[in-house]
Design a protein around this ligand. Structure first.
Ligand SMILES: C[S@@+](CC[C@H](N)C(=O)[O-])C[C@H]1O[C@@H](n2cnc3c(N)ncnc32)[C@H](O)[C@@H]1O
Length: 360
């Protein structure tokens, strides 16, 4: 008789049942109920019910678990204490710091460490996904302002394809050309190198170190002081300067840039002037104030120290900036307790106002 694979071949000598090598009941040997004694006359360890039962089950938590738990609590409270102390120190520091509104010069100093400094945070917040979604909306002649080290670079779909939009109208998808602009020559130089590694054969691209409020044909800058001469970054594979005469871009994109520029409303108004008036779009992914007061208090308390160190005012009200710019709001979406903002804008359809602004 086959008993069960898990006890196949087992035997319990001195017990009520014995099985042979393949699990058949051993019929030759009579079953004995008398326990066998060893040489000293005591019960063998296995047969002694008091010993074979093992130590009685102990109720509650084992000492090892208790020790582990205590160490974890200690580590956590030490870490929270450390966070709290550094928060207090930074709040104190922020209170007395005299930080100018324009902190954009910080980026030349932090350019080399910028990517490694923001990588982990962006991964935890899964920002790559948001960047990709935004960049995939870009089409035609594209201008990316405040491009930094080119963290959006890998999401561009190069090459123009003709198709139809959601209303069935003829449309272009993909990038016809790309123009990258950033105030910091060190940041944009990293972007240029990334681009050339990723897309060595794409020629319609320019990298310009310039204030984004001065991009475009000079007639848009009437009445303003003469702009600083843009630095066009030379490179073997790029065609440069070819965009400087074109009046409009089909898409203007900016990520995490409104926090770093001294005049965000002025920047958006300028971008409106160089966006194609009928079908052009301005795509933004920004960070700023939250939905929640408690978080806004933390952002406010630490804003000066953060701006001084990282060149970014993280407590700006992106919604208010966008409203003040007067551009047409197509969509606003928010994530991460409301601190991450995706904003899609169009040039204001009241062209008269816009034309007046140009001729001022
Ligand atoms: C926080 S970084 C963001 C970089 C990048 N867009 C990203 O998503 O990681 C802000 C960038 O804006 C640039 N910037 C600040 N003010 C600018 C201006 N007026 N014109 C052009 N770039 C500007 C800085 O040099 C810096 O590279």
């Amino acid at each position: 008789m086959i008993i069960s694979p898990c006890i196949k071949g087992s035997s319990r000598k001195g017990g009520l049942l014995t099985t042979g090598i393949h699990g058949e009941i051993d019929k030759q040997r009579p079953l004995s109920t008398k326990p066998r004694l060893d040489k000293r006359g005591s019960l063998p360890r296995r047969s002694n019910p008091l010993l074979s039962a093992g130590p009685p089950a102990r109720a509650g938590v084992s000492p090892q678990a208790l020790t582990g738990f205590s160490i974890a609590i200690l580590a956590m409270s030490t870490y929270c204490g450390y966070l709290y102390t550094s928060y207090q120190r930074d709040v104190e520091q922020s209170r007395y710091l005299q930080v100018p509104e324009d902190v954009s010069d910080r980026f030349n100093q932090i350019a080399r460490s910028y990517d490694s400094a923001v990588d982990l945070g962006e991964r935890l917040m899964r920002l790559g996904r948001r960047r990709k979604q935004l960049v995939r909306m870009a089409r035609g002649d594209i201008l990316e302002v405040s491009c930094g080290t080119g963290r959006n670079m890998k999401y561009y779909q190069l090459g123009e394809r003709r198709g139809v939009d959601e209303k069935g109208k003829a449309n272009v998808h993909g990038c016809r050309s790309l123009t990258f602009v950033d105030l910091s020559p060190d940041m944009i130089d990293i972007a240029r190198k990334k681009f050339e590694t990723l897309y060595p054969n794409f020629r319609k691209v320019s990298f310009i170190a310039q204030d984004a409020r001065e991009v475009g044909p000079s007639f848009y800058l009437k009445g303003k002081s003469a702009p600083a001469k843009p630095i066009v970054l030379q490179s073997a594979s790029n065609t440069v300067s070819w965009t400087t005469s074109q009046p409009y871009f089909d898409t203007i994109l900016e990520t995490m840039g409104l926090c770093s520029t001294p005049d965000p409303v002025g920047l958006l108004r300028h971008l409106e002037l160089i966006t194609e008036p009928e079908r052009g779009q301005i795509l933004l992914l920004e960070h700023g104030r939250s939905h929640y007061d408690w978080l806004n208090n933390i952002l406010d308390n630490l804003a000066a120290a953060h701006a001084d160190r990282y060149g970014c005012w993280w407590n700006r009200d992106i919604g208010k900036i966008v409203e003040e710019s007067g551009l047409e709001i197509v969509e606003i979406k928010r994530w991460h307790l409301g601190t991450t903002w995706r904003v899609i804008l169009r040039p204001n359809s009241h062209r008269q106002e816009r034309d007046e602004r140009v001729s001022k």
